[in-house]
Design a protein. Structure first.
Length: 316
């Protein structure tokens, strides 16, 4: 089946795009829909500075048990002693509803956070907490010993409002960073083709696709990324180990630099064979070697893109 490289490339492209869209349109939700009392809580982890951020939880009463109180235990740092923030039940037309809300005190500095968890008490004397589920990357760094942590809300600046042509800057940052994947899909097709048809054409196409993918990612993240980060979080470019050997720095910046260095090393390693291929056919084993190492780099890319954007590790 001569079209297998195309079929595999399309499967990978559709699967990755579907996963990405699913992550964007599916909000994180915490719910328990079971008698006698259910609830739904949808956290939002960002807010503009100096803005009101409401926490909201909805209860579904399916029996005699009713919510009596809801408290958010909030702190500026995970290692600080939390203080209680009481929720208030929402009334409509003088009738109580199943919705309870609380207002976090607004913060004025970019990059500052509120950490919190919820404590619910019911009319039957039952009490339970709602905490954030840790993502795989967070569980990895805890040695898979922990599964829960604090919710948080990060207060951010607005690139669009604060920077001339800020919207164009933000859109370019996102388009180039994500658009680099399109070049990699193109490269994947020719890399797979090289295994059974190692021709000059396929090698040149694969090399150029990787090059332009790397350039798009480099410009979108290393060049445009820092000013976007500065106006959003008031922090500079901080990949590991700029903050010290024992400090991960900014995980987004670290993984970005890791990818750029990996692909730059790959391209430089095969630059001489690429130049030779422009003039004449080279040994097929070199082409296959390039294909193998690029596929390894693509697997590294998948791993890096699975690390949530703006990921940070909560202090213990």
């Amino acid at each position: 089946m001569r079209n297998w490289p195309l079929i595999i490339t399309l499967i990978v492209a559709f699967a990755s795009i579907a996963y990405g869209i699913g992550q964007m349109i599916s909000p994180e939700m915490y719910k328990e829909i079971s008698p006698p009392l259910g609830y739904v809580f949808v956290p939002d982890d960002d807010e503009f500075i100096k803005s009101n951020h409401f926490l909201e939880i909805s209860f579904i009463e399916m029996g005699p048990e009713k919510p009596e109180s809801v408290t958010a235990w909030i702190s500026r740092h995970t290692y600080s002693d939390p203080t209680p923030l009481a929720f208030e039940q929402v009334y409509f037309g003088g009738v109580p509803t199943g919705k309870w809300i609380a207002l976090l005190p607004p913060l004025e500095e970019k990059g500052t956070r509120w950490f919190y968890y919820l404590d619910v008490k019911t009319s039957t004397g039952r009490e339970f907490e709602i905490r954030k589920n840790m993502k795989w990357f967070e569980r990895l760094f805890s040695g898979f010993k922990e599964t829960k942590q604090f919710f948080w809300t990060t207060y951010e600046g607005s690139v669009i409002r604060e920077v001339p042509f800020g919207k164009a800057l933000l859109v370019t940052h996102i388009v180039l960073a994500c658009g680099a994947l399109l070049f990699m899909y193109h490269a994947l097709y020719y890399l797979l083709t090289i295994f059974f048809q190692p021709t000059r054409f396929n090698f040149i196409k694969a090399y150029r696709s990787v090059f332009w993918g790397c350039m798009a990612f480099f410009i979108g993240t290393i060049v445009i990324g820092p000013p976007v980060t500065w106006y959003t979080f008031a922090t500079g470019f901080m990949p590991w180990p700029t903050q010290g050997l024992t400090n991960l720095g900014d995980i987004t910046d670290t993984k970005t630099v890791l990818l750029v260095v990996a692909y730059a090393g790959l391209l430089l390693s095969f630059l001489k064979p690429y130049k030779e291929t422009l003039k004449q056919t080279i040994d097929a084993s070199i082409m296959r070697k390039f294909a193998i190492w690029t596929l390894v780099s693509l697997l590294l890319t998948v791993f890096v893109f699975l690390i949530p954007h703006s990921q940070f590790m909560q202090d213990r």
